[in-house]
Ligand binder design. Structure first.
Ligand code: ADP
Ligand code: MG
Ligand code: MG
Length: 912
C-alpha cells in the first residue's frame, strides 16, 4: 500500500499562506510528539515555521539494516521535501546570497526531555554566512549563528567533547575582558569560528568520518550543506540509542522499538537583537497548579540558552512589558492552546524581531499537587468533565502525596541529588555498614544506611534503617528494588557522594562537606534529594483537592476497596483513607513478642492435655486483639486470616540452642538440668524444614493442630458476641489460608462451624460469620469451582500465588537475580509489584469457576498488588468484588478502580 511507505510529512504554510500540513496530533506514533503537535499547531493556524517530519518508522528501518543506514528511497524523499520547503520559503539551503537555515530536531512518541539531540542553524558554511550578513545587515548575529552551529553539530554529529568549545568560548571572554557571550562582537565570534574549526580538525577522527577528511587526513568541518543535513538526520536517529535515552526509557518503561522522528524545520532567530527573544511557557503553574501563565524568557538568545542556564532568564509575566505586541499574541496563543487541548500545555516559542513563532507544545508535566488542582479547576471552568478529571490523574503519581514528606514550611539546603528510587522522606544518623545500622537501631536510634550500592548482605541493615542512600546504581539497582519492596525511602546513584566505607566517611564532591558516622541527614526518595541535618517531616493527609478527586472516584468505581491491617491503628488509618473494610487481618504478629512463650509451650507439649493451659491463655489475649480491630471497623467487614506462617517461626533458633547447651556443658551444669534443653533442641530440629514456605503452614497447621484454629475461631466468635452485647456492629469473616484441595476447607469449615455453634449456644447470640478461603496456590485456582461450593468468599493472595506460579521465592529473587532479569528484559517488570499476566489468568480462572458453582460468592484480592494501580485495572477486568491493600495505598486503589470502570464504559460505548 502506498501510505505504508510514506516516511516524510510536511507541516506549516505554503508560499501563498495556505496550510500545507500532512499530519495532526493523533499521529504521535508516526511523527513523534513534537512532530504531531507542530502539525496540530499549524492546522490551528498558529505561527509555526514550516518544515517536515521524517517518521519514527524510518528511524527503526535505519536500525534494522546492518550497518544502520537510511532505508532505500528515503534520501530521495528528503530531497523532494527540502526542495518543497525551499520553494515555500523562497530561499535555498547553502545559497551564498540568501541561505535557508534549518534545525534538525529529535522527537519520539513519548516525551523524553533532553535525552536526544537537536542541531540548530544547519546550512551555514564559510560562504553562506556572508549571505546571512548581506541579508540581515547584522554581522554579529551571522557569526554567532555560525559558531553555535559548529558547536552543536560537532558535539551531536561528530561526537566532539562539548567542553572543548565551552572552554574556547570562556577564554575568549577572558581575553576580551567581558562577562557575557552577548558582549562578544562580530570579530570575536568570527575568530571563534576559526578556533572551533581547528578544534574539530584536531579532535574528530578522520577514520570515523572519512567523507570529511581533507588532504592531510584531518577532519574539515563540512561545507556541503547536503552532507550536513544527511549527517545530522542520521545523528538524530542514532541519539535514540544513546545511553541517556536508553536509561530513561528503561526507567519510564518506554519500549525501545518506537524510534524517534526527525523534524527538519526552517529556523527563526531569537538572537537578532533586542526585539528578539526565546522562551518556554506553561499555560498554568506546573508546580502548584495555579491558573496563571508561567515560564521564562531571554532576549537576544537562541533556544538552548534558556535551559542551559548561562544567562539569568526573566519571568514570563514580564514579557508584555518588554515586547508588548508579541507578548499579547503569545497570551492569546496560550489560551487557544489550552482551550484546544483541554489541558495544561507546555510550549517553546521564539520571537524574531517582534514576530512570534511557536516551536513546540505538549501536554505539560506537573507535580501531583498541580495535577489535582488543574483537573478540578478545569471541571469548574467547564473545560473538562468530572470523568475526564478522574481519568487524568495518574494514581502512581499520587503516591508522592502519601508518604511522610519534608515539611514545606521548613528551610533546608540540598547538598546532593540522586535518583528518586523509592518515595517518602526519612531522617537519621549516617551509618556506613549494615552491622552499624542494626546496632544503632537496637539502641533506639534512627539511621540512614549510606552505601556505594547495597547487596543481599545488606538486607538486615536495610530493614533496620529509616532510609537508604547509595552513590551508585539506577532505579533497578539492588537498593532501589529492595527499598521499594520494603516501602522504605531510597535515594540512589547520588554520584557526588564519595564514600569511604573503611574510614566511615563520605565527601560530597564540589563542596567541603564531609559526612561522618552519626551525622544527621535527611533524604527525600520522592524527589531524590539529600539534605544535611534533620528536616521536619509531615504525615500525609487526604484533604482538599485530593479528597475531591477521590470522592468523585467513589461515584464511578464499581469495585470495593479495603485495607490490609493487623492492628487497630492501621485499621483506623485505612478507614481514614477511605477503606470499606479490612480485606486481610493477619494474626501471626499476635503470636509474637511475650506471647511467643505461650505458643512455644503449646507446641512442645507432648499431648493435648498439655496444650490446654497455654491455649486458654492465648484465647484470652486473642479476644482482646479482635475486640480492638472489630471496634475500630464497626459496621464494616473484617476478614481475619487464621494462622498462616510456618510453625518453626515461633520456635527458638536451633543454632542458639546448641550454643547454649555447649555453654552449660562447659560450665559444669548438671546433665539433668541440661536434659530439657536437649529435648527442646531435638524437637526444634525435628520440626525444621528444607523449604518452610512450602511446608507445614497455612491450613496444614489447622489440620495438624486443630486446637490452634479452634482457639482462633472461638476468640473471633466471643469478641463478636461481646461487641454485639454493647450494641455495636462487628462484621468478622473467617479466612482459611493456603488451601489446595477442597477437602482441607471442608474439614476446617466443619470444625469451625461446630465451635461457632458452641459459642452461639453458650452466649445466646446468633452468629452469622462467613467462612472463606484464600486462593493462593495454582491448584486452588484451577479447582475453584469445587472449592467455591464450600466457601462464602475467595480472597486471592497474589503474593503467594505469584511465588508458586513462577516457583520464585520472593526474598531470594528480589535481592539476587531479579535486577538482572529486569535489566536484560527477561522480565519486563517485577511480578511482585504489578501482577503478572499468567498469575492474572489464574485469578480470572478462579473468579469464573468460583462464580459458576456459587453465584453469590464474594471475590477479593489481598496481595500487595491490590495497591498497584495497573494491577487494580487488571483485577477490575477479572471481575473482582474488591481489592485490599496497605492503608497508604487505599487512595490510589480508589482512583485506579474508578479509572478502570470509566475506561470500560468508554470502550463499551465506542463499540456501539
Ligand atoms: P528539546 O527536545 O531538547 O527541547 P528541541 O528540538 O525542542 O530540543 O530544540 C532545542 C531548542 O532549540 C528549543 O529551545 C527550540 O525551541 C529551539 N529550536 C528548535 N528548532 C528551532 C527553529 N527552527 N528555530 C528556532 N529555534 C529552534
Ligand atoms: Mg524542546
Ligand atoms: Mg499467603
Amino acid at each position: 500500500m502506498l501510505t505504508d511507505s510514506k516516511r516524510v510529512y510536511a507541516f506549516g504554510k505554503d508560499a501563498h499562506g495556505g496550510n500545507n500540513t500532512e499530519g495532526n496530533r493523533g499521529m504521535k506514533m508516526i511523527l513523534g510528539g513534537k512532530g504531531a503537535n507542530l502539525a496540530e499547531m499549524a492546522n490551528m493556524g498558529l505561527p509555526v515555521p514550516p518544515g517536515f517530519t521524517i517518521s519514527c518508522q524510518a528511524c527503526m528501518e535505519y536500525y534494522n539494516s546492518t550497518p544502520p543506514a537510511l532505508p532505500p528511497g528515503l534520501a530521495e524523499d528528503i530531497d523532494a521535501y527540502v526542495a518543497d520547503l525551499e520553494s515555500k520559503m523562497g530561499k535555498t539551503l547553502g545559497d551564498p546570497s540568501d541561505p535557508l537555515l534549518v534545525s534538525v530536531r529529535s522527537g519520539s512518541p513519548f516525551s523524553m526531555p533532553g535525552m536526544m539531540d537537536t542541531v540548530l542553524n544547519l546550512g551555514l558554511n564559510d560562504v553562506s554566512v556572508q549571505g546571512l550578513i548581506a541579508q540581515t545587515g547584522n554581522e554579529r548575529f551571522a557569526w554567532d549563528s555560525y559558531r553555535r552551529f559548529i558547536q552543536m553539530f560537532s558535539k551531536v554529529v561528530l561526537d566532539a567533547k562539548g567542553d572543548l568549545f565551552e572552554n574556547a568560548l570562556t577564554s575568549k571572554r577572558h581575553t576580551r575582558g567581558v562577562a557575557s557571550d552577548t558582549d562578544l562582537d562580530a570579530a570575536d565570534l568570527r575568530d571563534l569560528v576559526a578556533e572551533f574549526k581547528e578544534i574539530v580538525a584536531v579532535n574528530v577522527s578522520a577514520e570515523e568520518f572519512p567523507e570529511l577528511a581533507d588532504g592531510d587526513g584531518r577532519v574539515a568541518f563540512p561545507q556541503d550543506v547536503a552532507i550536513q543535513l544527511r549527517l545530522a538526520i542520521e545523528a538524530v536517529f542514532r541519539s535514540w540509542m544513546n545511553d541517556r535515552a536508553c536509561e530513561y526509557r528503561k526507567m519510564e518503561r518506554i519500549p525501545d522499538d518506537l524510534g524517534t522522528a526527525v523534524n527538519v524545520q526552517s529556523m527563526v532567530f531569537g538572537n537578532k537583537g533586542d526585539t528578539s527573544a526565546t522562551g518556554v511557557a506553561f499555560t498554568r503553574n506546573p508546580a502548584d497548579g495555579t491558573n496563571e501563565f508561567y515560564g521564562d524568557f531571554l532576549t537576544n538568545a537562541q533556544g538552548e540558552d534558556v535551559v542551559a542556564g548561562i544567562r539569568n532568564t526573566s519571568p514570563l509575566h514580564d514579557l508584555p512589558k518588554v515586547l508588548p505586541e508579541a507578548g499579547a499574541e503569545l497570551w492569546t496563543v496560550l489560551q487557544t492552546l489550552e482551550a484546544h487541548y483541554h489541558d495544561m500545555c507546555d510550549i517553546e516559542f521564539t520571537i524574531e524581531q517582534g514576530k512570534l513563532w511557536m516551536l513546540q507544545t505538549r501536554v505539560g508535566k506537573r507535580t501531583a499537587r498541580a495535577a489535582l488542582k488543574i483537573a478540578i479547576d478545569m471541571v469548574e471552568e467547564g473545560l473538562i468533565t468530572r470523568e475526564e478529571a478522574v481519568l487524568r490523574i495518574d494514581p502512581a503519581q499520587l503516591d508522592q502525596l502519601l508518604h511522610p514528606q519534608f515539611d514545606a514550611k521548613s528551610h533546608y539546603e540540598v547538598v546532593a541529588k540522586g535518583l528518586n528510587a523509592s518515595p517518602g522522606a526519612a531522617v537519621g544518623e549516617v551509618v556506613f555498614t549494615s552491622a552499624d545500622a542494626v546496632e544503632a537501631r537496637a539502641a533506639g536510634r534512627n539511621v540512614i544506611l549510606v552505601r556505594w550500592e547495597t547487596t543481599p548482605d545488606d538486607l538486615r541493615g536495610m530493614i533496620a534503617a529509616q532510609g537508604i542512600l547509595t552513590s551508585h546504581g539506577g532505579k533497578t539497582s539492588h537498593a532501589a528494588v529492595v527499598a521499594r519492596g520494603m516501602g522504605k525511602p531510597c535515594v540512589c546513584g547520588a554520584e557526588r557522594l564519595k564514600i569511604d566505607a573503611e574510614k566511615k566517611q563520605a565527601i560530597i564532591s564540589g563542596t567541603d562537606i564531609v559526612l561522618g558516622e552519626g551525622d544527621m541527614i535527611s533524604i527525600d526518595g520522592t524527589t531524590g534529594i539529600v539534605v544535611m541535618g534533620a528536616v521536619q517531616l509531615v504525615e500525609p493527609e487526604v484533604s482538599g483537592d485530593f479528597d475531591t478527586i477521590l470522592s468523585w472516584s467513589d461515584e464511578y468505581r464499581t469495585m470495593g476497596v479495603r485495607a490490609n491491617a493487623d492492628t487497630p491503628d492501621d485499621a483506623v488509618l485505612g478507614r481514614r483513607f477511605g477503606a470499606e473494610g479490612i480485606g486481610l487481618c493477619r494474626t501471626e504478629h499476635m503470636f509474637l513478642g511475650d506471647r511467643k512463650r505461650i505458643v512455644q509451650d503449646m507446641i512442645i507439649s507432648e499431648d493435648e492435655a498439655g496444650r490446654t493451659a497455654p491455649l486458654a491463655q492465648l484465647l484470652k489475649v486473642q479476644v482482646e486483639d479482635y475486640l480492638g480491630i472489630f471496634a475500630a471497623m464497626d459496621g464494616l467487614p473484617v476478614t481475619v486470616r487464621l494462622l498462616d506462617p510456618p510453625l518453626h517461626e515461633f520456635l527458638d533458633s536451633p543454632r542458639e540452642l546448641a550454643v547454649e547447651i555447649a555453654r552449660m556443658e562447659c560450665s559444669g551444669v548438671s546433665p539433668s538440668e541440661i536434659a530439657p534443653k536437649r529435648r527442646l533442641l531435638a524437637l526444634v530440629d525435628s520440626m525444621s524444614e528444607m523449604n518452610p514456605m512450602l511446608g507445614l503452614r497455612g491450613c496444614r497447621l489447622g489440620i495438624m493442630f486443630p486446637e490452634i484454629y479452634g482457639m482462633q475461631v472461638r476468640a473471633i466468635a466471643l469478641a463478636t458476641c461481646q461487641l454485639r452485647a454493647q450494641g455495636r456492629d462487628p462484621r468478622p469473616e473467617i479466612m482459611i489460608p493456603l488451601v489446595s484441595v477442597v477437602a482441607e476447607l471442608e474439614t476446617l469449615r466443619a470444625e469451625s462451624e461446630v465451635i461457632l455453634a458452641e459459642v452461639e449456644a453458650q452466649e445466646g447470640c446468633a452468629l452469622d460469620i462467613p467462612i472463606g478461603t484464600m486462593i493462593e496456590l495454582p491448584r486452588a485456582a484451577i479447582t475453584a469451582d469445587e472449592i467455591a461450593k464450600v466457601a462464602d468468599f475467595f480472597s486471592f493472595g497474589t503474593n503467594d500465588l505469584t511465588q508458586t506460579t513462577f516457583g520464585f521465592s520472593r526474598d531470594d529473587i528480589e535481592s539476587k537475580f531479579l535486577p538482572r532479569y529486569l535489566e536484560r528484559k527477561i522480565l519486563l517488570r517485577n511480578p511482585f509489584e504489578t501482577v503478572d499476566s499468567g498469575v492474572a489468568m489464574l485469578v480470572k480462572m478462579g473468579c469464573d469457576l468460583g462464580r459458576k458453582t456459587n453465584p453469590k460468592i464474594k471475590l477479593g484480592v489481598c496481595g500487595e498488588h491490590g495497591g498497584d494501580p495497573e494491577s487494580v485495572k487488571i483485577f477490575h477486568a477479572a471481575g473482582l468484588t474488591y481489592v485490599s491493600c496497605s492503608p497508604y495505598r487505599v487512595p490510589l486503589a480508589r482512583l485506579a478502580a474508578a479509572q478502570a470502570a470509566l475506561s470500560e464504559k468508554a470502550t463499551a460505548s465506542d463499540n456501539r
